[in-house]
Design a protein around this ligand. Structure first.
Ligand code: SAH
Ligand code: SF4
Length: 365
């Protein structure tokens, strides 16, 4: 529980409800839009700085309407400039999708702000580039991948749309954003309605949209086919991790028994319906799925498909029985994919000295 537990917050209110609140505080209906624009578009987080509003209204807002429902539990900055925010949310009322056994469970999530590396700070015109923000879609994760710190405690509950928007607003307060990935804690397709509503706000009111947003999922085929037909305005990444069925059943337990071919067919369907190519993610686990045989079988599976592969060398999590592949092995794996006719890149992790792998900061508390 935290001190804002029972209070309505600004980001929680839909535009019409905010209008009512503003009028109740003695303001004019149109001033609700100004409040929202100050926070979402301009990034002002102190009502006192909203000089386009009357002082009396600013004072009432300060007293009565907190902007955020989350508490910033920790802010850890790594040497490469990566900042990890640990946010905790109040338990709130039970909602559909919540885990009924989760009462008292950890309702914290991580949001990670990754500015470009020094040699990529400026674009071709000399303008400074913003950061990539990695956001969470659920508090915990029910999928249970054995290599992932986010899933170790299971799912506490789904995040609401405004809790996802909060991560963007808090992340942008660290520094300007260029793009965002939904690759933090949680499985986006298991909380898609709230996520989609949040991404709508981020796109329309914060100006971060379309190709600048990527959602990563383990790829439930039926859900993917459905979302493909909802005019999704983001890029899609599917976490595949292995070309072998038995190994995928182990690495992605919630998809046990779902044939890899069905996941790939849903990916093909996504491309046909949306016209957007997919990225397949492959967490490279030293000694487990990083052999040249794996690379060859993956090439065979993906050959002829319009996609690319993102290899993510594993970030070790204490107490989990998986290791980081060395640089040479990761490069050999990538080269084998390239020789197999695929487009493949390695994504080395950022912020390794700032509580390392995704979900670890949360776990360490
Ligand atoms: N649940 C979604 C999105 C969040 S995880 C999904 O699994 O796709 C985002 C990516 O980070 C996934 O590809 C996941 O496999 C990867 N990942 C999780 N833990 C990791 C770790 N310790 N090191 C490297 N990548 C990791
Ligand atoms: Fe959940 Fe993704 Fe972690 Fe698997 S890798 S437990 S799906 S967050």
């Amino acid at each position: 529980m935290n001190e804002t537990d029972d209070r309505t917050t600004l980001l929680q209110l839909a535009p019409d409800a905010l209008k009512e609140e503003v009028v109740r505080m003695g303001g004019k209906p149109f001033q609700a839009k100004i409040v929202r624009r100050n926070v979402l578009e301009k990034g002002r987080l102190d009502y006192g700085e909203m000089t386009d509003l009357p002082i009396r209204l600013r004072d009432r807002l300060t007293e009565e309407l907190p902007i955020f429902s989350s508490t910033l539990e920790a802010e850890v900055c790594a040497k490469d400039g990566t900042t990890k925010l640990l946010l905790s949310f109040p338990m709130g009322r039970a909602r559909s999708g919540d885990n009924p056994e989760a009462t008292g469970r950890d309702l914290s999530v991580e949001t990670v702000h990754m500015p470009p590396l020094p040699h990529q700070r400026e674009d071709a015109d000399g303008n400074e580039r913003g950061a990539t923000l990695c956001v969470s879609s659920q508090a915990g994760c029910p999928v249970g991948c054995p290599f992932c710190a986010s899933g170790l405690l299971g799912l506490a509950r789904n995040l609401t749309a405004h809790e996802i928007v909060e991560q963007y607003v808090r992340g942008r307060a660290v520094g300007p954003l260029r793009r965002s990935v939904v690759m933090g804690i949680g499985e986006p397709l298991l909380n898609f309605e709230h996520l989609n509503a949040a991404l709508g706000v981020v796109r329309d009111e914060m100006g971060l949209g379309g190709r600048k947003l990527t959602v990563s999922t383990v790829g439930f085929p039926d859900r993917l086919r459905k979302v493909a037909r909802m005019d999704p305005k983001f890029q899609l990444a599917i976490s595949l991790h292995t070309p072998d069925q038995e190994q995928r059943d182990y690495l992605v337990p919630a998809m046990r028994g779902v044939p890899i071919e069905e996941v790939l067919a849903a990916g093909d369907d996504w491309f046909e319906v949306t016209g957007r190519e997919i990225t397949y993610e492959y967490v490279l686990l030293g000694g487990d799925n990083d052999s040249l045989g794996h690379a060859q079988r993956l090439s065979e599976r993906l050959r002829g498909r319009r996609c690319s592969v993102n290899i993510i060398p594993y970030n070790p999590t204490p107490d989990l029985p998986f290791g980081r592949p060395d640089v040479g092995r990761a490069e050999a794996f990538r080269d084998a994919l390239l020789e197999g006719g695929l487009i493949a890149t390695i994504r080395w992790s950022r912020g390794l000295d700032g509580a390392a792998a995704c979900g670890q900061l949360r776990l360490s508390r």
